[in-house]
Design a binder for this molecule. Structure first.
Ligand SMILES: [Zn+2]
Length: 449
């Protein structure tokens, strides 16, 4: 049985005297004992089972880390996928590796089991940023129960949390009733194009699920979770202008040239759009002159121009990060309106390419966070706070967040140095976070919850 969501026992101590007549709790019960009593017998079995399997989880992490699964190494991604597939098969899931050769990436692993009650979609990934030519390839134990290695934190450690939680649910005898999908994505770090193929199965799983839980590492240690991540949109601005001798610039027949127009647009973006919460946009490259040769994929180009010729063309590319679809579309409209106010003798266009959608901080996500906070309290794990969305980049949960009822990310391990050769994980965070995840999944999948 769970406590109601606003138990008065969580009021600040200073307000207790006022409420004492209302409290039915024995005065001698300190908060810690209350917490212990709020786990049900089944939940206590789940927690004990996590401890039973922790050593195996660390051994599995070592095996997974020692297989290179850089995003551009599909064969290695497949081997890691098969490793987890065997574990999920043993837990009674129906599993499939979804081939992604058509987008030049390794496969995704999807595992599903049917039960009753709300369906929970659990998200991890198989790939890492470390390719086969990286010097960083091996799992190594480090001081203080930490371990170094590629993907230890991001996110083979998080996958380990997922498996450990599921094993505990199996041992406690409750997994058979559950509606669960585990999605371990093969190309999270360098997503295959087009998204309509590479994220097709994930989006489809999201449409059938009530809750999505992402096991990327938390940026705020053991006491944090992610209720929102900003989405990513690329943009390309192209300016054309009337060429002519520089001495004729600003005259009606020639106008202002492409470089001034590019500068006007970018500066107006800065003046009118900077400051809105969670909104950023960054022009990363700009080229202008008489001719421009720009390769947007490679992010490189050349330009030719002369000081005495009015610039004929200019181009800039950048990104746009937004926390909601509303913010994204509204900002695009504002940018288009600025682009349309051309200086004399110029014209400009802006194209947008949406990549990862925003994972918006909805009331439902905060309600799910409240349930996680309740689980953490009941486990005696202390407070869990939401991470500032501005601190989080895009992740796979963004592709399902708008379709599921509620989503949370950052439920994986605690570590540091992600995406560098100093990546490491706090091994103690694996069972710690697995207990939290297992009890949360148990409560979310109860019928009528
Ligand atoms: Zn990751």
């Amino acid at each position: 049985m769970r406590l109601p969501s606003l138990p008065c026992t969580f009021l600040p101590f200073s307000s207790l005297p006022l409420f004492l007549p209302l409290l039915l709790l024995p005065l001698s019960s300190p908060a810690v004992n209350l917490s212990a009593q709020s786990l049900s017998p089944v939940e206590r079995r789940i927690v004990a089972a996590v401890d039973t399997h922790t050593a195996e989880a660390v051994a599995l992490l070592e095996r997974a880390v020692n297989v290179n699964s850089g995003s551009m190494n599909p064969a290695g991604v497949r081997v890691v996928g098969e490793l987890y597939q065997a574990e999920l098969d043993a837990l009674g899931f129906t599993t499939r590796l979804v081939d992604m050769a058509e987008v030049q990436r390794g496969p995704h692993l999807f595992a599903e089991r049917e039960g009753s009650g709300p369906r929970v979609l659990v998200i991890g990934h198989l790939d890492t940023v470390f390719e086969e030519d990286s010097p960083f390839q091996r799992f190594e134990l480090a001081a203080g129960n930490w371990a170094r290695g590629p993907g230890t934190e991001d996110m083979k450690g998080g996958n380990g949390v997922v498996l450990l939680a599921l094993q505990a649910l199996r041992d406690a005898g409750v997994i058979d009733d559950m509606n669960l999908i585990v999605a371990l994505i093969g190309d999270e770090e360098d997503t295959g194009d087009p998204l309509s193929i590479s994220r097709r199965d994930l989006v489809e799983a999201g449409r059938r699920s009530e809750f999505a839980l992402g096991f990327e590492g938390g940026v705020g240690g053991r006491g944090s979770a992610t209720v929102a991540r900003r989405g990513f949109t690329g943009w390309k601005l192209t300016v054309q202008a009337t060429p002519g001798h520089s001495s004729l610039i600003f005259k009606e027949a020639f106008g202002y040239g492409a470089v001034f127009e590019l500068a006007r647009i970018l500066d107006t973006f800065r003046e009118t759009l900077v400051g809105e919460q969670y909104l950023t946009f960054n022009p990363g490259v700009a080229l202008g002159g008489t001719t421009v040769d720009f390769d947007a994929m490679q992010g490189r180009g050349t330009t030719f121009g002369k000081t005495n010729i009015i610039a004929e063309t200019a181009v800039a590319t950048g990104d746009l990060r937004t926390v909601s679809l509303e913010q994204r579309e509204r900002t695009k409209a504002r940018m288009r309106a600025i682009v349309a106010q051309s200086l004399p003798g110029t014209s400009a266009t802006i194209e947008f390419e949406d990549s990862s959608p925003p994972f918006a901080p909805t009331a439902a996500n905060y309600a799910l966070l409240a349930r996680l906070q309740e689980v953490a309290r009941d486990l005696g794990q202390g407070a869990v706070e939401a991470v500032d969305p501005a601190e989080r980049g895009a992740a796979d949960i963004s592709f399902v967040a708008a379709d599921v009822g509620a989503a949370l990310d950052g439920l994986g391990v605690v570590g540091d140095g992600g995406h560098t050769v100093d990546e490491q994980v706090d091994l103690g965070s694996i069972p710690f976070m697995a207990k939290r995840a297992a009890v949360l999944i148990y409560r979310l999948t109860r019928v009528g919850t």
